[in-house]
Design a protein around this ligand. Structure first.
Ligand code: PMP
Length: 443
């Protein structure tokens, strides 16, 4: 398999480095929070695949729902006024639970095309209102919004831009709230004030009449699990409303119990104008994303003058098998997984905070089952691990040998997002294997 993989399978480009030399690690099976590789090595999946297998592996209810739907009707297009029962039911169940008036759901295949879809919906919305000049978009440094051209442009990770003329000329950024190394210091109110001021300044620079929307992740995931201060999300939301800028919450990572509730916006009691989700929506059992649109945005597009010119859609939008899986996931979340995830999250955060005195640990941060440990060589100076030593690869390899899958960011940050079904024992294993990995990294 390793040879065939090397010869023929193209992996996500971001993971080329190291993989080619070391060879692929082939996963064979999963149960609960545990995965087993082709050689029989068992590991705790501390990252739920790619922060997506929220329900955990081997959930019979999901397997049954998918199998039943595959037998009954494996495909139905959403075009030409057609649909399928699971997609309609899932849209309705999600709308019932979404914040505020996010009552309209558009299904995609994942997160990147969900973000792309919001850009199109927002442009159609402003067209319908007779304001086509509102065509400029703002997002946050260290943010991630996908790998498509539009999503990668809204993303603020340089490796996604080089050579493609990204960001596009209508895509702008403001600095992140990242508190560990923030020029304004770590005081929460100072960080909130700086972000609000940066957004105002950027809108003023572009011209308020031209700014269409502002994108945030409730917690920045791929930038290194950067948690904003309490009240940050609300302050940004309020500023957008005041400036007549649509507020988009990208909850691709944070939704479906990752931080505690079904949607992380609820943590700050915030209702966005549009919201994107994917990952936990189907827990990785089938690909699917969902865009949520508020009544105001949806009704304006649907009734607006520009409706005839609206063109957007995917062959596999609202796929019935994915939708059946989504319904089963929702049942599992509400049938106990959300509660279990909250308990497990508290245990994980307490255990990671107890490691703060380790010589390599600069900061521990997170919420619920979304956490990170930032590694440094000098705590007082906050010196990152030397890039030449490729700490991400080495820490990842060591953790793997210790029976733990974690995300090791190139910046020397360890990311955690284990499944919501984690038992106390699973969490304790994650913690014990993390400590062992850190001790070995010191040697
Ligand atoms: N938005 C956010 C916040 C994400 O974290 C991701 C994926 N990590 C995406 C969008 C893109 O999702 P996908 O990989 O499913 O296209």
């Amino acid at each position: 398999l390793v040879e065939l993989d090397r010869a023929h399978l193209v992996h996500p480009v971001a993971s080329y480095r190291g993989h080619e030399k070391a060879g692929v690690r082939v996963l064979k099976s999963g149960r609960g929070a545990t995965v087993t590789d082709a050689g029989g090595h068992e590991l705790i999946d501390g990252f739920a695949g790619l922060w997506c297998v929220n329900a955990g592996y081997g959930q019979e209810r999901i397997v049954e729902a998918a199998t039943r739907q595959l037998r009954e009707l494996p495909y139905a297009t959403g075009y030409f006024g057609l649909g399928s029962e699971p997609a309609i039911r899932l849209a309705s169940e999600l709308a019932d639970r979404a914040p505020g008036d996010l009552n309209h759901v558009y299904f995609t295949l994942g997160g990147s095309d969900a973000v792309d879809s919001t850009v199109r919906f927002i442009r159609y919305y402003h067209h319908a209102l007779g304001k086509p000049e509102k065509d400029q978009f703002i997002s946050v440094m260290q943010g991630y919004h996908g790998s498509s051209t539009v999503g990668a442009g809204l993303t603020a990770l340089p490796s996604f831009h080089a050579g493609f003329g990204l960001p596009l000329d209508w895509q702008h950024k403001i600095p992140s709230h990242y508190s560990y190394r923030n020029p304004v210091g770590s005081d929460p109110q100072a960080i909130i004030d700086a972000s609000v001021a940066a957004l105002r300044a950027k809108v003023e620079e572009i011209g308020a009449e031209r700014v269409a929307a502002f994108y945030v992740e409730p917690i920045q995931g791929s930038g290194g699990v950067l948690v904003p201060p309490d009240g940050w999300l609300r302050a940004m939301r309020d500023t957008c409303r005041e400036l007549d800028v649509l507020f988009v919450a990208d909850e691709v990572i944070t939704a479906f119990g990752r931080t505690g509730p079904l949607f992380a916006c609820a943590d700050d009691d915030v209702v966005p104008d549009l919201m994107t989700t994917a990952k936990g929506l189907t827990s990785g059992y089938c690909p699917m994303g969902a865009v949520f649109l508020s009544d105001r945005v949806y009704d304006t597009i649907a009734d607006g003058a520009g409706a005839a010119a609206v063109g957007h859609g995917y062959t596999y939008s609202a796929h019935p098998v994915s939708a059946a899986v989504g319904l089963a996931c929702l049942e599992l979340y509400e049938g106990g997984l959300l509660d279990n995830g909250r308990r497990a999250g508290a245990r994980l955060m307490a255990g990671l905070h107890a490691m703060a005195d380790h010589p390599l640990v600069g900061e521990v941060r997170g919420r619920g089952l979304l956490a990170a440990v930032e590694l440094v060589t000098d705590k007082a100076r906050k010196t990152p691990l030397p890039a030449a030593a490729d700490p991400a690869r080495r820490v990842f390899d060591r953790a793997w040998d210790n029976g733990l899958v974690v995300r090791a960011f190139p910046t020397g940050v360890l990311g955690y997002a284990p499944p919501l079904c984690c038992t106390d024992k699973d969490i304790d294993r994650i913690l014990e294997r993390t400590r062992r990995t850190l001790d070995q990294t010191l040697e």
